[in-house]
Design a protein around this ligand. Sequence first.
Ligand SMILES: [Zn+2]
Length: 176
Amino acid sequence: MVSRRTFSVATVTTVAAALLPQRVAASDAPKGVFPVQKSDEEWKSSLTKEQYYVLRQHGTERAFTSPLDKTYAEGEYHCAGCNSLLFTSDTKFDSRTGWPSFFKPVEKAVGTTTDRSFFMTRTEVHCATCGGHLGHVFPDGPPPTGQRYCMNGVAMTFVSKTGGPSAAPDKSDSKS
Ligand SMILES: [Zn+2]
């Protein structure tokens, strides 16, 4: 049998990241570098034009254009770039902004940076696994966090708890 380990490592860096909701060998990644990495060309070919614009070029979809804005079914929201779990439906609320909004992300699923574009200081939100831009977070959300994660629907895929190919919950994670 071919060495399974060798096969896994090679696959992870090329196609598996785009296909499987799995955690990539983070221990191999240098500090500050995202576990899932692709070249610009690879991102371009694996994402739709809209997804590429938002995730890789920090774009923003037009308000009220995402079907996920009005989605309130029970389920999970995954990164459209690497399929990592980002948000669950029980943290979603109607912000009436035209973008899917949540008061809390899944633990360690997202990271933030300070965004000073457009003469504003905002907190940018990105996927902690692939670095894809997701949206911004504002301190005017509802209880219990008071945070409003204003997300681009095109940057996420929704997996319905009742109908989708949702994987079994895996809460295992490195120490917090
Ligand atoms: Zn991602």
